[in-house]
Design a binder for this molecule. Structure first.
Ligand code: ADP
Ligand code: ASP
Ligand code: MG
Length: 408
């Protein structure tokens, strides 16, 4: 049997925890299985490295930033390999590139386009524990080292599980499963025993960072079942699997929040055809993902356009639009970092009227002001001030009785 295990940053935050992870991995070996371990950088290493880069340059060169960030995962992989040796097991640590994680050339959010796991299978055949640095790969075109976006080690694990046809893919983190809301801010949140790829995809896309969106997308596309569990206990976690007939469809799967986006505001652009196209083409060409978009009612032939995008892309987006402001006739460009998005997700809401009304009432009763709204058939998202986010999540969770509902 091949077991893929991924340990997140908090699970390898210091050398004692690395030793504890080594013991867990050793147990899998003792049970007679082949094991591939994917590790994240220790604790908050990635954040620290980003901060250091920004002390030197507001917008660091993307190639160099990737080179820097991949160092974080190299530290944890080699320390874990050493810890395995101490326990009497031979281990081989591999960078993403050595492990055959082939990506496109988009720095900071590269997509995996192929896996060539020859060195992994060779090492497994040699009886070694294989330890792979998460969150990184190498571009086939540029030959440069790339990173897969924040939280990308989840995707490394899923991609390897798919490529190796692993029997088990375990995602070890600092909570014991996927909950109806982030258990750190909503103590009433309930653990889900099982959630479908589709529901998890929507939750992750709305900010439930327990799994990176792309990892869920990859798992769904390749039929990989995930077991999300805690590295601090041995209890069963949450199974993220294909939807099956016996899965009871809950109307609401959960509440997700995202404090990782900011709001770009482009003031007083001429309200005429082609302006929005020009702005959003420029952002797309710079590989900046846009989330919500709002265009205000026009006044005196001009209008304000706002959109939300990842905080990390804020400085580049502002610089890009300032350069463009002469051409499109914008008066000013601003970036508001103090927003948060709160989303209610549930496949059943498409057939239940009044869900949006319920969510807005809950927020109004909690005194939370809504700044932007967007909906899809299975999701309602609102933008609020960032310091209202906890109140908003709890109010919405409570309003829909998510603590009590029983699901599959
Ligand atoms: P890791 O370093 O292990 O990858 P992350 O910090 O990326 O861990 O993800 C785990 C965190 O996700 C938890 O600590 C929790 O605060 C957060 N989280 C957000 N939404 C949820 C949810 N619905 N269920 C569980 N955890 C959630
Ligand atoms: N270390 C990277 C991050 O902090 C990748 C990961 O943890 O999955 O985003
Ligand atoms: Mg993570």
């Amino acid at each position: 049997m091949i077991v893929v295990q991924k340990y997140g940053g908090s699970s390898v935050a210091d050398t004692d925890r690395v030793k504890r992870v080594a013991e867990r991995v050793a147990q899998v070996k003792r049970d007679g299985h082949n094991v591939v371990v994917v590790v994240s950088a220790m604790g908050k290493t990635t954040d620290q490295l980003i901060r250091q880069a920004q002390e030197i340059a507001v917008i660091p060169p993307a190639r160099e930033l990737d080179m820097l960030l991949t160092a974080g995962e190299r530290i944890s992989m080699s320390l874990l390999a050493m810890a395995m040796h101490e326990l009497g097991y031979t281990a081989r640590s591999l960078t993403g590139s050595q492990a055959g994680i082939i990506t496109d050339a988009v720095h900071g959010k590269a997509r995996i386009i192929d896996i060539t796991p020859g060195r992994i299978t060779e090492a497994l055949a040699g009886g070694h524990v294989v330890i792979v640095a998460g969150f990184q790969g190498v571009s086939r075109d540029s030959k440069d080292v790339t990173t897969l976006g924040r939280g990308g080690s989840d995707t490394t694990a899923v991609a390897l599980a798919a490529a190796l046809r692993a029997d088990v893919c375990e995602i070890y983190t600092d909570v014991d499963g996927v909950y109806t809301a982030d258990p750190r801010i909503c103590t009433a949140a309930r653990k889900l025993h099982r959630v479908s790829h589709e529901e998890m995809l929507e939750l992750a896309a709305c900010g439930a960072k327990v799994l990176q969106v792309r990892s869920v997308e990859y798992a769904r596309n390749h039929g990989v079942a995930l077991h999300v569990r805690s590295s601090f206990t041995y209890s069963d976690g949450t199974w993220v699997t294909e939807e099956t007939d016996d899965m009871e469809q809950a109307m609401i799967s959960g509440v997700a929040h995202d404090t990782g986006e900011g709001k770009l505001v482009i003031r007083r652009v001429p309200d005429k055809p082609g302006v929005a196209a020009r702005i959003f083409t420029a952002l797309a060409d710079a590989n900046i993902n846009i989330d919500m978009i709002v265009q205000n009612v026009s006044e005196d032939g001009t209008t304000d356009i706002s959109c939300t995008l990842p905080l990390a892309d804020g400085p580049s987006a502002v610089r890009l639009l300032e350069d463009l402001s002469g051409e499109v006739g914008a008066e000013a460009v601003g970036f508001d970092e103090h927003i948060a998005k709160v989303s209610l997700v549930g496949a059943g809401m498409k057939t239940h009227p009044g869900v949006a009304a319920g969510m807005f009432s809950a927020l109004s009763e909690a005194g939370v002001n809504i700044e932007m709204i967007s909906t899809s058939t299975i999701r309602i998202s609102v933008v609020v001030r960032d310091d209202d986010v906890e109140t908003a999540v709890r109010a919405v969770h409570e309003h829909f009785g998510l603590a009590a509902t029983e699901v599959a």
